[in-house]
Design a binder for this molecule. Structure first.
Ligand code: IMP
Ligand code: MG
Length: 190
């Protein structure tokens, strides 16, 4: 998908529509199904932002024929709202399942600086995960501080603040079925 430059967007514009998201999830879910075919997979959502894509992805995986799965989630602490990213994330809510010896599919909403994803992968490996594949609906490579990317990426987007489809601006906007441009950075503060 082709995006415009950040300056060409204004708050409220649709960046990615619900329909475009669904089509992308369908394509990626058949790739994921082929990869995990015959394996039991533990799907771990990084909450809270990924709850909506998690639901759609798991439905799509089912339709693609991936039935042997376990669903879990964890929450990583984050500080601030738009501008501050946590360089030292911590686990806020634990996984309810022992990851030792498991094949894991990690589900993220967005990779921004990369600190969150790096932290979660390291933590799961430390706990004895057998293999980890990562899915992120969105990626903002221009913001990356840690050299990391997901194995499956939905959309590579420009450096714009977004909300909707599970993503929030200070808890606002998660329920929007589309991904839209959020308020201008700095206009919302905690
Ligand atoms: P990272 O550790 O910097 O990669 O941060 C990833 C987390 O920051 C994501 O899981 C989101 O919760 C949040 N985030 C990053 N960019 C945005 C955005 O544009 N809108 C909403 N949340 C975002
Ligand atoms: Mg998140």
């Amino acid at each position: 998908m082709q995006f415009k430059t950040p300056e060409e967007y204004k708050p409220g514009d649709i960046l990615i529509s619900h329909g475009e998201i669904q089509m992308k999830i369908q394509t990626i879910s058949s790739e994921i199904e082929s990869y995990f075919h015959g394996k039991n997979v533990l799907i771990i959502g990084v909450m809270k932002g990924s709850f909506m894509v998690m639901a759609d992805l798991i439905r799509a995986l089912h339709e693609a024929g991936l039935y042997d799965l376990t669903v879990s989630a964890l929450t990583v602490s984050s500080y601030g709202s738009q501008t501050v990213s946590s360089k030292r994330p911590t686990l806020k809510h634990e996984i309810d399942i022992d990851v030792k010896g498991r094949h894991i599919l990690l589900v993220e909403d967005i990779i921004d600086t990369g600190y969150t994803l790096k932290f979660v992968i390291d933590e799961l490996l430390l706990r004895g995960a057998l293999s980890i594949k990562t899915f992120s609906l969105l990626s903002k490579p221009s913001r990356r501080e840690v050299n990391i990317d997901a194995d499956y990426i939905g959309f590579v987007i420009p450096n714009v603040w977004i909300q909707g489809y599970g993503l929030d601006t200070d808890e606002w906007g998660r329920g929007n079925p589309d991904i839209i441009i959020g308020p201008i950075v700095g206009t919302i503060d905690k």
